[in-house]
Design a protein around this ligand. Sequence first.
Ligand code: PMP
Ligand code: PLP
Length: 498
Amino acid sequence: MSEAIDLSHHLSLLARSRKASPLKDILAYLHYPGMVSLAGGLPHPALFPFANIDVEVYNPGSDLSSLVSSDTTHISVPKVNTEGGVSLAVALQYADVSGMRALLKYAREFTQLVCSPAYKNWDVLINCGNTDGWTKAVGLLCEPGDYILVEEYTFSSAQYLWIPMGCKGAPIKMDAEGLRADHLDEVLTTWDTTHPGVKKPHVLYATPTGQNPTGTLMPDKRKQEVYDVCVKHDIIIVEDDPYYFLQLAPYVLNAPASTPTAYSQSAHLASLEKTFLNIDVQGRVIRLDSFSKTVAPGSRIGWFTANPLFTERLLRASEVTTQTPSGWSQGIIIRLLDEWKLGGFLQWLHGLAAEYQKRRDWMCDGLAASFDVQPSTHDASLTAYLKGTQTRLFTFVPPRAGMFVWLKVFLHENKQYQEMKGKLEEPELDYEKMLWQDMADAKVLLSSGNFFLPWEGKEKMDREENVIFFRLSYSMTSKEAMQAAVQRMADVFAGAWS
Ligand code: PMP
Ligand code: PLP
């Protein structure tokens, strides 16, 4: 295994110009035995108004479908810990911006176990979740006006970060296995012809697992193909992967409920598609892991894994922006992992995926009950027709990961739309908004597809004719509510296509 190659030419001017704050520089001296510090402006921990925090947590092998208060353990973070474990005096103090030592150790061990990066000198840095991670990655790599390679449909917040910087999305076509390596290669190979005089993109933003909004899961083979194209064109991959552990078995229409088997960590890990880090021999991947979907979004904790040049520059940016990640969150997560151990955490994640799989099945079964659904002959997608008719409404790929179903809705047979189309300024966008409003009036709230179209820097987005999209999430709804919502959708479709 070799070390990361030199990728310093990818750093933005801002990232290259950052200096360590002199106040941060002297922190290391605090640990010298016998040192009396008159240097820092630290509030004395004796004056923190908290004596102890006590948290009741579920046991990692609990049945997640019916968590019961009897299946819990108390963990605490005392004010002072004479045994060297986490304490409030340390957790709530100004501290190492890269993260508390115990959390860094867990993040390193977890990354080694799950992603085993394919180069030697990778490092981790705690951040405030993947939103923060992506913000800092853009600051690290991008200049105003840059084009950023993105999946054809992409997470809205990711691009709403860089739109005000004048950056633009260079969309890469997707299929049922995520972004297409052949199209990525084509876009980059023909860039100078298609965009004369415009700087070639050097950053790819991708969510390979449970992609938001399409729900696709990128298989290992595709990841290798994408990685190879990125090596060929010298592209940095930012792997925003918050749904990594929500990998689901293929959907089977109206499958009977499966009986849970005993947990095996090795079988669990072997069942997961790899990450880009697993194949990163050069250190060109910045992986973003988050506790948001595995523990709770309010924890606001995640971590970067990247080459040491990048983690050092990201640390400099963190020192002057977010500072030390929340001490409450770090302290509680450290104590949770002390209690569960990494094995217990993995077992919890396995149980979590089983819950999401159940919900995915409710959603897909619900769609199959409210529409006539037919499998495709050439890929994993299903086509939905208006019940009892041959009227094609939409296609979707039952997700293999994450929490989203992405509907590609066809307006070809919608007479209402075809009649009004000529009068609409932006026909697909305008009609998508109208149908979204009809759904909302019928009391079913969807995410509109246009939220996720790449911003190509034009007044109008490039759109496929006669096609609109909706994103449905199955994470938050009971089976009954989900069935009711899907039936309301079917009623709105029936009205609009009549
Ligand atoms: N501004 C000033 C003038 C300070 O003295 C400090 C703390 N030393 C900070 C900002 C940092 O504040 P916070 O911990 O709220 O980020
Ligand atoms: N990235 C993607 C692709 C997401 O779907 C989300 C959640 O909505 C996030 C990032 C936000 O993650 P975090 O809560 O870790 O900031």
